[in-house]
Design a protein around this ligand. Structure first.
Ligand SMILES: [Zn+2]
Ligand SMILES: [Zn+2]
Length: 157
């Protein structure tokens, strides 16, 4: 847990560090992620918003339309416009784009989602859970991560 993960945009203006390990790591193959990134999938680190600590620069939120009519808030460097992280409805959870880490090879997805739109030439690793659409976090997340998630959602009844 002592690993200090840092990352930033292309121009160097925005720098961030993660105060802890993420709760979970998604590899998403959905059409929205493909369109937003211009590639075959995105790797997102799910972590509490206040554990994404900006060390410099400004990440400006931009609302991008999604196929289901909702919007996804994407935070981009105000200068080079590289997308660093996003929100999906819940501002308490940030989805940090793994490609902006200083060492993107140091993280591995815990789950592959929306594989129904996965490109055929990507072969998923044996042993990593994969779902046509989505999954139940209660069945997949480690207990400690579920506790962290629950702590973000106080008494919603
Ligand atoms: Zn930049
Ligand atoms: Zn997606």
């Amino acid at each position: 847990m002592s690993i200090q993960r840092e990352g930033g945009c292309a121009c160097g203006e925005v720098r961030y560090q993660l105060a802890s390990e993420p709760m979970f790591i998604h590899c998403c193959h959905c059409l929205n992620c493909q369109r937003q990134t211009g590639t075959a999938f995105v790797v997102n680190l799910l972590i509490e918003a206040d554990r994404v600590q900006l060390l410099g620069g400004t990440a400006e939120p931009i609302d991008a339309p999604r196929d289901d009519g909702s919007v996804q808030r994407i935070f981009r460097c105000t200068r080079c416009q590289v997308a660093l992280f996003s929100e999906y409805g819940r501002p308490e959870v940030r989805f940090v784009r793994a490609g902006t880490l200083d060492d993107p090879t140091a993280v591995t997805p815990d789950v592959h989602i929306f594989t129904r739109s996965k490109v055929a030439w990507v072969t998923l690793p044996e042993g990593t859970p994969a779902f046509e659409v989505y999954y139940d976090a209660k069945q997949l997340w480690p207990a400690d991560s579920l506790r962290r998630l629950a702590a973000l959602m106080p008494a919603r009844s």
